[in-house]
Design a protein around this ligand. Structure first.
Ligand code: GDG
Length: 752
């Protein structure tokens, strides 16, 4: 059996020092809703009381080593003078700085108990009917996040490692990103990320996702939560992602699965080396001699399934009377969020249920449920875990659940059974536990019965591997991995500089001959849900007419669309060159109709082979449709459910690669489309042709927003043109415009 001294196990010190080393190069700033100390009244005075969570234990050495600091709310009521508050906080410090986030007076409660704990918390734990939303609570959430942002900005030099924790601060990454592109911002979500179907119910869902996307690294406890997050990005914002990253705002955002660990030595070590724990344990053993003990430790929260547990024990003791006086459930239930109605109701419900069960079943020598509606010390907690034959950990939903891991750490001989809800994130790592569906109380009762009867060999065979894992994947290793990932992320990518309008204007004004090429959708007009809705605005038509009426200008609009659309929308503008079907079809001013570029005549036999394939995808995905152009076929899936559409598109692309292998046609994945077209039909060819026709131009400009514009940029760059990418993707263009509305300004400027 492995022990903490086992050399195979990553010693906590190694992990600590690696993280410390990483953090030493930058200052580390940890941000969480609460500081790891709480300001509390002691008689007349305020004192700083440390809280001994695993996070504080893990971060302490790293923060000390990096000269870092921890920002959070210290739990005061706002009446303390700030200098005095900081002095008291400093007196409680563990060798690094605590910085108080200054929430607006009277807003701390609304921030904590509003959107965070009455909207996000219930919904993310799959309790939509408990969700409560008000505009005021959203305002308090926003202003709370801004207050944290100000606190970080005051102490950060813009180059730090910033590690933000949890659902209270989901807007903070983006608030900070607006102020700095150089800080590395990491976000860890401690609670579940729900299925996209459930997430979609969240009021302000777009703002929450955009808030998170300010980070360079976003990490979750389980792979499932990460997948839910990706699906929500696609469904709510239409953002596609890879399994471990996504491109957004010109940055690569990394996604990670990092289940948090515990500090096993901190708690487990108390069993052998803590005299208080040993004494307490001895007393408990004496007290419960001859009985099997089941331990449950939870915050008093409706997600933890405490009433279900109470109903289950009643059922067990009613159906199996032989268990009476033989088993005891010790339930530690620490009051929490007592200002919220649901929590008050739960507290009353449990008082009543426990009272009823004990009243009905207890004997003069025995009480079936020992209910502690209060916290116990870490020493007592370690003794209780060590005493217990069974840990009864059955939350209805839980981000991870540390109690499951703590129990394993306090069972050095492995002689115990972990009964664990499959809806706790910890279940993903603790497959040897007896996994149960907490909603099926019959099944939980049977499982508890099985655990009570389990022999020592099976108990050990199950618990020891989990214990080893808990020891190895401890909270130091977790923090270390997060910081390593964060250090490696956020490497600024080569992004083109923003377009300088003044410079461009000067060059435009100086030139006596100019060539201007514009893409249509996403550049001159916004992308619309239906491609037939993107008719040009009157203002755009006026601007294009005025540009083309200057004899110094050769102006073209080139698009992937059909010639027919371009004719209808732009055909009446004099002197405007038009390129359709990615430039393969051309309309030259002064000449009637359209012709193919350079008289090309591509082989189109592949169309007959591909059309039925696309039709099959249309049948599978209601809302999708085929667009037939002269030289290409397009499958549009903008109106298909986002995740399904994207999945089918990937399948279709793979299929087309095979089917088209011996033709000159190629599939292209555009914005919510899959298009098949001749490989040599591209906007680069069109740009070449126009440059030849335009003669010696002193000024050339090409603007576009999607992948099909890249060939045009490459060709125009060779000609020394201004090339401008609209948006945030990687591009060959020399300049970048954040948003297409900038084009309206640009056209207006040219025409001044
Ligand atoms: C959130 C997520 C995720 C409890 N009673 C006492 C006491 N505790 C300690 C336990 C444990 C902690 O509190 C509770 O942690 P959980 O993981 O069970 O749950 P949450 O508080 O809801 O935490 C959760 C976690 O964040 C970490 O990411 O696992 O899913 O909801 O450490 O031991 N400690 C003491 N006395 C008590 O009476 N000393």
């Amino acid at each position: 059996m492995a022990t903490f001294a086992d050399p195979k196990i990553v010693p906590a010190e190694t992990a600590r020092s690696a993280a410390r080393e990483a953090a030493q190069q930058h200052k580390l700033i940890v941000v969480s809703n609460r500081l790891p100390v709480t300001l509390a009244h002691e008689g007349e005075n305020w004192i700083a009381k440390p809280s001994s969570g695993g996070l504080a234990t893990a971060m302490g050495p790293i923060l000390k080593g990096s000269g870092g600091l921890w920002i959070g709310w210290p739990g005061d009521d706002g009446t303390l003078d700030p200098a005095e508050r900081d002095r008291i906080l400093h007196s409680g410090s563990e060798g690094y700085r605590y910085v108080a986030a200054e929430l607006e007076p009277g807003k701390a409660q609304a921030f904590y108990e509003g959107y965070a704990n009455q909207t996000v918390w219930p919904l993310f734990h799959y309790f939509p009917t408990r969700m409560n939303f008000t505009v005021e609570s959203w305002d308090a959430y926003k202003s709370g996040n801004h207050a944290f942002c100000r606190a970080v900005s005051r102490v950060s030099n813009g180059e730090d490692l910033i590690w933000i924790h949890d659902y209270h601060l989901m807007l903070l990454p983006d608030c900070l990103r607006e102020q700095t592109r150089n800080a590395k911002i990491g976000f860890f979500l401690h609670i579940p990320f729900p299925s996209s179907e459930v997430f979609a119910m969240l009021p302000k869902r777009e703002a929450v996702l955009k808030g998170l996307l300010g980070a360079d690294l976003i990490a979750f406890h389980t792979h499932l939560y990460l997948q839910h997050f990706r699906a929500s990005l696609l469904r709510v914002l239409g953002i596609e992602s890879q399994i471990d990253s996504l491109e957004y705002d010109g940055r690569t955002i990394h996604l990670e699965v990092l289940p948090i660990g515990i500090a096993p030595e901190e708690l487990g070590g108390l069993i052998d080396h803590g005299p208080e724990t040993a004494k307490y344990l001895q007393e408990l053993r004496q007290r419960y001699k001859g009985q099997q003990i089941m331990i449950a430790v939870d915050r008093l929260d409706y997600t933890k399934g405490i009433p279900n547990r109470m109903r289950t024990i009643r059922r067990l003791l009613t159906q199996h009377t032989e268990l009476r006086e033989k088993i005891v459930l010790i339930q530690v239930a620490v009051p929490s969020r007592e200002g919220i109605g649901d929590y008050q109701a739960l507290r009353s419900e449990l008082n009543e249920t426990v009272g009823e069960i004990n009243g009905e079943l207890a004997t003069p020598h025995w009480t079936p449920i020992v209910y502690l509606r209060q916290g116990v010390s870490r020493q007592e907690l370690a003794a209780l875990y060590s005493l217990a034959d069974i840990a009864w950990v059955t939350p209805l939903r839980d981000g991870l659940n540390l109690v499951a891991k703590e129990y394993c750490a306090c069972k050095p001989d492995g002689n115990g059974v972990l009964v664990l809800s499959e809806f706790a994130g910890a279940a993903a790592e603790m497959g040897e536990a007896l996994l149960v569906n907490p909603y099926n109380e019959d099944n939980v009762a049977e499982t508890i019965l099985r655990a009570l009867k389990m022999d020592t060999a099976e108990r050990q065979a199950r618990l020891i591997p989990m214990r080893e894992r808990v020891t190895r994947n401890n909270v130091f290793v977790w923090a270390n991995r997060f910081l390593e990932k964060l250090m490696a992320s956020g490497q600024p990518r080569e992004v083109a500089p923003a377009l300088n309008f003044t410079e461009l204007q000067k060059a435009y004004d100086r030139a006596t001959r100019r060539i201007l090429i514009f893409d249509y959708d996403g550049t001159l007009v916004p992308i619309a849900d239906d491609p037939t809705w993107t008719r040009p605005s009157d203002e755009l038509l006026r601007n294009l007419s005025r540009l083309t009426s200057d004899p110094a200008n050769v102006v073209a609009v080139v698009t992937g669309r059909r010639a027919r659309d371009m004719d209808v929308w732009l055909g009446h503008i004099n002197n405007l060159y038009l390129g359709a079907e990615h430039g393969l079809m051309v309309h030259t001013p002064g000449e009637p109709g359209w012709h193919t570029l350079k008289g090309m005549n591509p082989d189109l036999q592949w169309k007959d082979k591909i059309r039925p394939v696309l039709q099959h995808f249309v049948d599978r995905a209601p809302g999708s449709f085929i667009e037939e152009k002269q030289f290409s076929l397009v499958w549009h899936y903008r109106r298909v459910e986002a995740e399904f559409g994207s999945w089918l598109a990937r399948e279709l692309l793979a299929l087309l690669e095979n089917l088209l292998a011996d033709t000159d046609a190629r599939p292209l994945h555009g914005k919510k489309i899959v298009e098949v077209k001749s490989s040599w039909a591209n906007k680069g060819q069109f740009a070449s042709w126009l440059l030849d026709r335009g003669g010696r131009a002193e000024f050339a400009l090409g603007i576009g927003d999607d992948a099909t514009d890249e060939d045009m940029f490459a060709r125009l760059n060779e000609a020394g043109a201004f090339t401008v990418h609209v948006g945030h993707s990687q591009s060959n263009a020399h300049f970048r415009l954040h948003h297409r509305v900038g084009i309206d300004k640009l056209l207006a400027d040219f025409l001044q």
